[in-house]
Ligand binder design. Structure first.
Ligand code: FE
Ligand code: ZN
Ligand code: FE
Length: 165
């Protein structure tokens, strides 16, 4: 076992998040484009911009720690995004697809929240205050993005309900 300290586990999980964020920056434009509801579209677009900032934040953390965060693939996010892509293919465009997009996007946010919550705690325990603060910023952005989607879902789901069978 090469990951035998909390610090090594931190680096390992940061690499995983680095890969996850990169995958999200590639997937989000297509998902935003497929969204019909303007509020949903703009929420996805603004989270894309935020995600690019989160990648930069991870770059900064890598610099602080003197470690490269490249070279790992987050298989979990790969799966979550594959499912999201299938929504675009299988679900009819409009309100129903928008509801499916929100469901898929919230899976992404929850996966990220689990990851950032863990690494923020490790960094705090290890006395890496600056790193913990940077990770906390991203965790808050993910939580806010998730809450925004919950709010948008109220109207999107109501519209989806009114689609004739
Ligand atoms: Fe993120
Ligand atoms: Zn992962
Ligand atoms: Fe996110």
């Amino acid at each position: 076992m090469s990951v035998d300290t909390l610090e090594k586990l931190l680096i390992d999980e940061l690499k995983d998040l680095y890969s996850a964020e990169h995958q999200i920056t590639k997937a989000l434009p297509k998902i935003a484009k497929a969204a019909a509801n303007p509020e949903l579209k703009s929420a996805l677009e603004s989270h894309l911009a935020e995600t690019l900032g989160q990648v930069q934040r991870l770059d900064k953390i890598g610099e602080i720690l003197g470690k490269s965060l490249k070279g790992k693939t987050c298989e979990g996010m790969k799966g979550v995004l594959t499912e999201g892509a299938s929504v675009l293919e299988e679900v009819a465009s409009g309100n129903i697809r928008d509801a499916g997009i929100i469901s898929a996007a919230q899976r992404v946010e929850h996966y990220e929240m689990a990851g950032y919550g863990a690494v923020r705690e490790y960094a705090g325990l290890l006395g890496m205050k600056q790193v913990a603060a940077l990770l906390d910023e991203t965790l808050h952005e993910e939580k806010a993005a998730d809450q925004k989607l919950t709010k948008i879902a109220k109207s999107v789901n109501a519209d989806a309900m009114s689609v004739a069978v």
